[in-house]
Design a protein around this ligand. Structure first.
Ligand SMILES: C[S@@+](CC[C@H](N)C(=O)[O-])C[C@H]1O[C@@H](n2cnc3c(N)ncnc32)[C@H](O)[C@@H]1O
Length: 234
C-alpha cells in the first residue's frame, strides 16, 4: 500500500475543471469500447467508473495501490451494476491470470509508474489475444515545450508521486508488442502547458492465428452491405 500526500478530495478537485472542459467526455467515448472482463490499472478515485456500459462489461477488476484513493474508488464502485473487485496493489505486485481480460484500461497512470516497460509487459500478459488496451495519457511534447518538460520532470516527479512529464508512452506500448490504433493527440483543457500534450487511443494485443470476426470487421475498409439486417448501406 502507498499513500500520496494528496488525498482523494484534492485529486478530484484538481481535475474538476479539466473533467468539465472535455476530459469526462473523452473518458466516456473511450470507455464505450470497454467490453467483457475489464481490468483498470491505477484506477485512482474512480473517475472512469460511471462511463462503463453495463451491457458490454461483464466484470471489473481495479488495481489501486493508494489506500486513500482506493477508498473513494470503492465508494464509487458501489453504484456499478456489474461484479467488481478492487485490489490494493500496484501492477508490479498483482497476481492476475494470463490472458484473463478482454479490456485493460489505463488513464493518466502510465506517467507515474516506476518502470513503464514492465507495466506494458504486464498489460500484454493479462490481455487475452485480440484484447484491447484503452488509454488516455499525458506524454512528452515536441519542441520547446518538450525540452521544458525534460528539465522540470525530475523535480515534478518528486512532488507529484512519481508523475513524469516526458514519457514516450506510445513507443513503450509498441515495444511491448501492442498494436496502437485509433490514436488521437490532443491538448488537455485547463491542464497547463506542461501536462497538456495527451494521447487517447486503443492498443491491441495481436490475436493468435486468424483474427476474430470483430477484429476483421473493425479493420476492414467500410463497404455497404446488401444483406438486409446486417448494418445495411445507408
Ligand atoms: C494521476 S492518477 C490517475 C487516476 C485515474 N486513472 C484517473 O484517470 O483519474 C495515477 C494513479 O496511478 C496509480 N499508480 C501509480 N503507480 C502505479 C502502479 N505501479 N500500479 C498501479 N497503479 C499505480 C496511483 O496510485 C494513482 O491512483
Amino acid at each position: 500500500m502507498t499513500r500520496h500526500w494528496w488525498g482523494p478530495a484534492f485529486y478530484d478537485w484538481v481535475l474538476a475543471a479539466t473533467e468539465a472542459r472535455g476530459l469526462a467526455d473523452r473518458r466516456r467515448r473511450l470507455l464505450a469500447a470497454a467490453r467483457g472482463r475489464v481490468l483498470e490499472i491505477g484506477a485512482g478515485t474512480g473517475l472512469n467508473l460511471r462511463h462503463y456500459r453495463p451491457e458490454r462489461v461483464t466484470s471489473l477488476t481495479a488495481l489501486e495501490p493508494d489506500a486513500a484513493l482506493g477508498g473513494r474508488l470503492a465508494w464509487r464502485a458501489q453504484t456499478l451494476s456489474v461484479p467488481w473487485e478492487i485490489l490494493g496493489v500496484a501492477v508490479e505486485e498483482a497476481d492476475l491470470p494470463e490472458g484473463g481480460f478482454d479490456t485493460v484500461v489505463a488513464t493518466l497512470m502510465l506517467c507515474s509508474v516506476g518502470d513503464p516497460a514492465a507495466v506494458a509487459a504486464s498489460i500484454v500478459r493479462w490481455l487475452a489475444p485480440g484484447g484491447r488496451l484503452l488509454f488516455i495519457e499525458h506524454v512528452a511534447a515536441r519542441g520547446l515545450r518538450g525540452r521544458l518538460q525534460r528539465a522540470v520532470s525530475p523535480l515534478w516527479s518528486r512532488i507529484a508521486a512519481g508523475c513524469h512529464l516526458d514519457r514516450d508512452t506510445l513507443t513503450t506500448l509498441r515495444q511491448a508488442g501492442l498494436s496502437v490504433s485509433d490514436c488521437d493527440r490532443f491538448a488537455l483543457p485547463a491542464a497547463g502547458p506542461l501536462f497538456a500534450s495527451c494521447v487517447q487511443g486503443v492498443a491491441w494485443r495481436p490475436p493468435i492465428g486468424e483474427p476474430d470476426v470483430e477484429d476483421r470487421v473493425w479493420r476492414a475498409p467500410r463497404t455497404h452491405s446488401t444483406s438486409a439486417g446486417v448494418g445495411g448501406g445507408q
